[in-house]
Ligand binder design. Structure first.
Ligand code: COA
Length: 156
């Protein structure tokens, strides 16, 4: 994969190439719900393709991390505020982007594609100055928690 993976933003008339990540809900979302979510401004989906299949996709939406979301104020301070300037530590919430869905075709699992796409998402949202975005959030499926921990995520 090149340093900047070429991803396509899913649009209504786009013909999605075959995809199977091994999880029926995530497969169904791509083929049945992703376009509708984009139309309703609920989430935007991006595709990473091979000539004859979809290798991976992810969908993203705006989010915020609130003090109330953390288990305790101390945890919040320790994990999330340590590198925020003192004056800005009293905010009630901080801007974030949520990864709503994230999946790699099962034929390509454990080939680093997930990690490279995750790096791409981090660069696009955290390094971009189009809108403030301090954090990336995800509601992880139980069996993929290890993947997110390896990619720098932590429990809130
Ligand atoms: C989870 C998923 C996205 C990972 O993508 P991937 O391209 O296979 O991951 P990578 O090859 O980049 O893996 C990077 C590391 O995470 C680990 N990893 C991958 N999937 C994992 C999992 N389900 N649980 C624990 N660790 C995992 C790999 O072993 C690897 O570790 P290493 O660097 O020590 O070898 C992919 O397996 C997938 O699409 N699964 C089905 C759908 C799913 O569960 N999506 C997440 C929804 S929240």
């Amino acid at each position: 994969m090149s340093e900047y993976p070429y991803v396509i933003r899913l649009s209504a008339d786009y013909s999605i190439k075959p995809f199977d990540c091994g999880n029926a809900d995530l497969n169904e979302f791509l083929f049945k719900d992703a376009v509708e979510h984009a139309k309703e401004l609920l989430a935007v989906t991006y595709l990473f393709e091979e000539e004859d299949c979809t290798k991976a996709y992810f969908s993203v939406l705006n989010d915020s991390v609130r003090r109330l979301d953390a288990d305790s104020v101390n945890l919040f301070k320790k994990k999330l505020l340590h590198d925020i300037p003192h004056k800005k530590r009293s905010y009630h919430s901080y801007p974030a982007v949520k990864i709503g869905r994230f999946a790699v075709h099962k034929d390509f699992h454990n080939n680093n594609i997930g990690t490279e796409l995750m790096d791409y998402i981090k660069r696009i949202f955290l390094d971009s100055d189009i809108a403030g975005c301090r954090f990336i959030t995800v509601d992880s499926y139980g069996d993929s928690v290890g993947f997110y921990l390896k990619n720098g995520f932590d429990f809130l």
